[in-house]
Design a protein around this ligand. Structure first.
Ligand code: PGA
Length: 250
């Protein structure tokens, strides 16, 4: 049985002070669930302060939104896996579509990040997803297939892997893939992972859907067989909406 994962990606929102306030309120307003984990991915500058609050008070997990793939060196502005691990981070989002499309990350770079993250014993959340023009020209499965294969080339630590399917046209746009559209791609990815690794490995990998997840669509998304959780942007920034998403019902 795969445990669900409800993850909030705060992107470039919230100062350390605002992050701590939010997390304290989240702890007060959520219960512990046996069947689901909750994860917060704040900006780098908030990780340390949020980690202190979580360590003392909660089972909520901490994640980073990005990482560099070298151990250390002259890489101005970058952060290493060791730095993240030492700050209490457990998950790292790798290859988010904003990293790919705004900052030019290729599958090759994402591959290095995913591997380095797992080498440190952290859990990579590999993000993949097609653009609108790719969907409209019938290329969704080709795009997804090459993203998965190239981003996971030579990857072995499958027990740490989380995959997030986030159609680019659904991120921050208010347009959600229908639960059936999302499930269709998740099913495709699960089969692809079974071919690349094996069925047992594939059956154990947690797969998230992301893209305009909201309180009013979470229940129908979580009902899908191959969707084990969600990666939530905008709706994770407000306590009421994030708590309702965490408390999804199937
Ligand atoms: P959104 O973002 O929920 O605001 O669409 C999701 C994401 O980018 O992970």
């Amino acid at each position: 049985m795969r445990k669900s994962l409800i993850a909030g990606n705060w992107k470039m929102y919230k100062t350390p002070g605002e992050s701590v306030e939010f997390v304290k309120s989240l702890i007060e307003n959520t219960k512990d669930y046996d069947d689901r984990d909750v994860l917060i991915c704040p900006p780098f500058t908030s990780l340390s302060a949020v980690s202190d609050v979580l360590l003392k008070n909660s089972s909520i997990k901490l994640g980073a939104q990005n990482v560099h793939f070298e151990d250390e060196g002259a890489f101005t502005g970058e952060v290493s896996t060791k730095m993240l691990a030492d700050t209490g981070v457990e998950y790292v989002i790798c290859g988010h579509s904003e990293r790919r499309n705004v900052f030019g990350e290729s599958n090759g770079m994402v591959n290095k990040k995913v591997k380095k993250t797992a080498e440190e014993g952290l859990k990579p959340i590999l993000c993949i997803g097609e653009k609108l023009e790719e969907r409209e020209s019938g290329k969704t499965f080709d795009v997804i297939s090459s993203q998965v294969k190239e981003s996971l080339d030579g990857f072995e630590r499958t027990e740490l892997l989380v995959v997030a399917y986030e159609p680019v046209w659904a991120i921050g746009t208010g347009k959600t893939a229908t639960p059936e559209q999302a499930e269709e791609v998740h099913f495709f990815i699960r089969n692809l992972l079974a071919q690349m690794f094996n069925k047992d490995v594939s059956d154990g990998i947690i797969m998230l859907y992301g893209g305009s997840v909201k309180p009013d669509n979470i229940d129908s998304i979580m009902k899908q067989k191959n969707i084990d959780g969600v990666l939530v942007g905008g709706a994770s920034l407000k306590i009421d909406s994030f708590c309702r998403i965490i408390d999804y019902k199937i």
